[in-house]
Write a protein that binds this ligand. Structure first.
Ligand SMILES: [Zn+2]
Length: 580
């Protein structure tokens, strides 16, 4: 809030996140029956061009006091006109949006190893005048890009990592990997930055042209599949000065939600247990050995017996990440990795404690020792009603993309191939529904930690095919095709329009914070799962990416030579086994 007039008139409220809303509005009721829609614009305009001069302050106040509301309305572009302009500008960037979708799809980088993706995205942002801070929160592939000045500060966040073994040729309606066994965008995170960067570039243009005060920030969801960074972002203070967070995630529908939404969110801790035993010849002197693998198996058996006596809301799963080396050596080292999911902090904490108890008991039984490492955590998300209601209107205004026959053919063929319900792509926008009374739990997302620190919503934009299993090659099929290109353009429009709502109607920022303080966090207070010693697990996936990156590199998308990634790969769109 650096501009003179703005600071001057709003100085009655200086608390960090409470955005002084009514500023000039508070003057207007004296003269106008109707609320002036663009006070922020006027203030910013004056402040930026005149600096903090006496003339500016005096002329600001004089103008406010003397001019009728309607005059300002004529002088300043109105919000609806700005929104129209924003949507048109997003359309003009369709080629860039498509290139970002395709390029990030081709990088196919696993969590914490998103080096190409981060270099590419920050390159675009830096070229367009954003200031980028690299390596934030102790995560080499994380960054914060900033543009603008003053309040409100609106942050855009979206994930960038992909899924192991999900490599898949886009536009092909059956399993056909680009590189066998390689990672791939089988979650669709490749489209998120296309949505947020497109929106941010358009907002920057409009802010410059119309002298709109405010700050845009972009942050990547690094290693979201590992629930690996956002609690660390919060701990590092990345959102301390942020007023509103607009998250975006790929979906097959166009929707937003508030509170606990459809109830299909869990929070979790992700913990790795490392057992240490004693090596020996497994046939000649097994009595000399102590098997770390035995401890892993006993821990897993112990957990599965106990599972029957846990609340139905819990969901827990594991993979053995080290089962020893070869059968004739008693395994001196073995490790197992658990996700413990529940509906709220106390229950997640209980599961975490129980996991530790069972691990210790398995170590005792086998004469081994154990230590554990927390490698991820997430609160269950809780989303802001004021922002969701504002966003919903923009979703309805933008509407679903127009799907072509080819898009529908691909969708139906894939649904048929995997044995899902064959219904093609969605054609209607989802209404905003009330949060369910009794959440059942389901997947997790570490945006939860952000949502308990700043008012936030999570836009679901329609860039994928419905009825897919998730986290698989099938979820990558549409992700570098016109389905994801069009869905990302639609998503970018909603992000831009919603940001404009909050930039130009400061009272909405206040209302969002009122909901956050008086409803969401009235009785529940955020407490991190992280201990002060916990660090981001930035070494994860390093070996896998080192193995696959050289093979994937041959298939990186080159937009200078090919219009689309489909064209580069020589894929006829759509490629289907049989016409459904
Ligand atoms: Zn995701």
């Amino acid at each position: 809030m650096s501009s003179g007039c703005w600071a001057h008139v709003e100085s009655h409220d200086s608390s960090a996140n409470s955005f002084a809303a009514q500023t000039l509005d508070s003057f207007f009721p004296l003269f106008c029956n109707t609320r002036c829609t663009m006070p922020a614009h006027f203030a910013a305009d004056c402040g930026r061009e005149s600096g903090m001069t006496k003339f500016c302050v005096v002329s600001c106040i004089a103008a406010v006091l003397l001019a009728p509301c309607g005059l300002f309305a004529q002088q300043s572009p109105q919000l609806p006109a700005l929104k129209q302009e924003a949507a048109a500008e997003v359309d003009k960037l369709q080629t860039l949006t498509q290139q970002m979708v395709d390029e990030i799809f081709s990088f196919s980088e696993l969590g914490f190893q998103e080096y190409e993706t981060s270099r590419y995205v920050t390159g675009i942002l830096e070229k367009n005048g954003f200031h980028v801070e690299h390596g934030v929160a102790g995560v080499p592939t994380a960054w914060v890009a900033t543009y603008g000045n003053g309040k409100p500060v609106i942050a855009f966040i979206t994930d960038i990592d992909c899924i192991p073994r999900a490599s898949q040729k886009p536009g092909v309606a059956y399993h056909d990997p680009i590189v066998e066994g390689a990672p791939g965008h089988g979650e669709g995170h490749n489209s998120g930055m296309a949505v947020n960067v497109t929106a941010a570039l358009v907002l920057k243009k409009l802010m410059d042209e119309h002298h709109i005060t405010g700050t845009i920030k972009l942050v990547p969801g690094v290693a979201e599949e590992l629930l690996g960074t956002k609690a660390f972002y919060v701990r590092a203070g990345l959102f301390k000065d942020v007023d509103i967070v607009l998250g975006a995630h790929v979906e097959s529908e166009f929707s937003t939600s508030y509170g606990t939404g459809n109830g299909e969110w869990s929070g979790l801790v992700s913990v790795q247990y490392f057992f240490h035993g004693k090596a020996a010849h497994a046939a000649a002197a097994p009595w000399e050995g102590r098997s770390a693998l035995d401890a892993v198996e006993l821990m897993d058996t112990g957990w599965d017996f106990r599972r029957e006596h846990l609340r139905p809301a819990q969901r827990s799963h594991r993979v053995i990440i080290n089962g020893g080396d070869q059968p004739n050596v008693v395994p001196s080292e073995a490790a197992v990795w658990y996700y413990f999911r529940e509906l709220d902090y106390p229950h997640i904490k209980d599961l975490y404690d129980l996991g530790n108890t069972i691990a210790d008991s398995a170590a005792k039984m086998t004469g081994t020792t154990v230590d554990h490492k927390l490698v991820g955590s997430a609160w269950p998300p809780y989303l802001n009603r004021v922002i969701a209601e504002t966003q919903q209107k923009n979703i309805e205004a933008v509407g679903m993309p127009k799907w072509s026959d080819e898009d529908q053919t691909l969708a139906k063929a894939l649904q048929k191939d995997i044995g899902a319900k064959v219904e093609g792509l969605k054609e209607k926008v989802e209404p905003l529904s009330e949060p369910v009374k009794k959440p059942t739990g389901g997947g997790s997302d570490d945006i939860g930690d952000i949502s308990w620190n700043v008012p936030m919503v999570y836009l679901m934009y329609p860039a994928n095919i419905p009825n897919l299993p998730g986290h698989s090659w099938a979820n990558g099929v549409a992700m570098a095709t016109p389905i994801s290109h069009k869905g990302s353009t639609a998503g970018a429009k909603v992000q831009a329009l919603t940001a404009l709502d909050f930039f130009l109607q400061p009272q909405l920022v206040q209302q969002a914070w009122d909901y956050f303080r008086n409803v969401q966090t009235k009785d529940i207070h955020y407490e991190t799962f992280l201990s002060p010693d916990d660090k981001p697990a930035i070494e994860m996936n390093k070996e896998k990416m080192e193995k696959f990156a050289p093979q994937l590199k041959k298939y990186y998308y080159d937009p200078a030579r090919y219009k689309t990634y489909l064209e580069q790969l020589g894929i006829q769109y759509p490629t289907v086994k049989t016409n459904p």
